[in-house]
Write a protein that binds this ligand. Structure first.
Ligand SMILES: [Zn+2]
Ligand SMILES: [Zn+2]
Ligand SMILES: [Zn+2]
Length: 335
């Protein structure tokens, strides 16, 4: 884009912009004023003093960036403005200018364009820019990329420069990365926990199903009496069911001390959890349910509270997962 283009587009330039290297860009004050409240003030002040002919300086950025800036304000739809090329070269300068001259639409455009162009090499510079120009969304995008690619970013000139010149900002970034890491870890732990509750909830469902409807070779007496009845039709999860059935059979036949036998302990805990979520009063068919309920009534709040809390979590996870049900049985080996 050349300076001449501007003068062609703006038919009657009545103001001149002066850049750092002395380039004079003719512009139309009406367009500048309507685009920017800062220009409005400048032009108004000059008009009052009768000095509209005095060039308005825009310094500290390359002349071509100023040229592009004026081009955007005076003729944003001009074909002479290759937006992509301009953003590639001067996106960051345009962000500064649109921030300083308060041209919101151009600042928004720069935000989008800079985000699209974020790379490991540019991220530190864009991050500093986003911070200076108060663009929180872009700032966060930079931080996320920094977090993801920190090993590579650490080697860039931008990072080394920042370390040498702005240790406070470096600290701010490192603190953010540390917090982000903690959040990720917490999220992962939470998901793992949810998974365990989900598996427990499935086990509870299976237990109920085995003891009321019967499934393959474990079930209530009525089912055994009526061998033609198709037992496994409503099996909620065959794998879990199978493991549970084996555990139930084991509990009935194991002669070892319960606290010494891991399988007994596993099914014992599941049966106890069942009694904490069980809504039936007298007619529950799940083994030991009634006994556990009586025990819970007699027990102090401490032990009882733990089971109730676990039961509450299991029930709430079951509600949440009722739409997206997942099948896992690993838990049976963990409990
Ligand atoms: Zn089953
Ligand atoms: Zn056992
Ligand atoms: Zn029960």
């Amino acid at each position: 884009m050349e300076c001449e283009n501007i003068s062609i587009i703006v038919s009657e330039p009545d103001v001149v912009i002066r850049t750092s290297n002395g380039l004079k860009i003719p512009a139309f004050s009406g367009a500048l004023v309507s685009a920017s409240p800062v220009f409005e003030e400048i032009v108004e002040r000059r008009r009052r003093k009768g000095r509209l002919d005095k060039a308005v300086p825009i310094l500290g950025v390359p002349s071509d960036a100023v040229l592009a800036f004026v081009g955007f304000l005076c003729s944003p739809r001009s074909e002479s403005l290759d937006q992509n090329e301009v953003m590639d070269k001067y996106g960051m300068h345009l962000m500064v200018l649109s921030h300083v001259y308060r041209v919101k639409w151009l600042k928004d455009l720069c935000e989008v364009e800079l985000a699209l162009r974020l790379t490991v090499d540019s991220v530190v510079d864009v991050l500093q820019l986003a911070r200076q120009c108060d663009v929180p969304k872009l700032y966060l995008q930079c931080m996320k990329l920094l977090n993801k690619e920190f090993a590579a970013v650490e080697k860039t000139e931008g990072w080394v420069f920042l370390q040498n010149n702005d240790p406070w900002f470096e600290l701010e970034i490192l603190k953010f990365l540390e917090e982000e890491d903690l959040i990720q870890k917490r999220r992962k732990r939470k998901m793992e926990e949810q998974q365990v509750y989900l598996q427990l909830s499935e086990a509870m469902e299976c237990l109920q199903h085995i003891c009321t409807e019967g499934c393959t070779d474990v079930g209530p007496n009525e089912a055994e009496e009526a061998p033609n009845k198709q037992k496994s039709l409503s099996c909620p999860n065959y794998t879990t069911c199978h493991v549970l059935q084996n555990l139930i059979k084991h509990l009935a036949s194991c002669r070892a001390n319960r606290s010494a036998c891991s399988q007994c302990r596993r099914i014992w805990n599941l049966l106890r959890l069942h009694s904490s979520v069980c809504q039936f009063t007298d007619d529950c068919r799940v083994p030991l349910c009634k006994q556990f309920k009586m025990k819970m009534n007699m027990e102090g709040k401490g032990e009882n509270g733990k089971w109730r809390l676990l039961a509450k979590k299991v029930v709430s996870v079951k509600v949440m997962s009722s739409l997206a049900k997942k099948r896992k049985h690993d838990l049976l080996y963990k409990l």
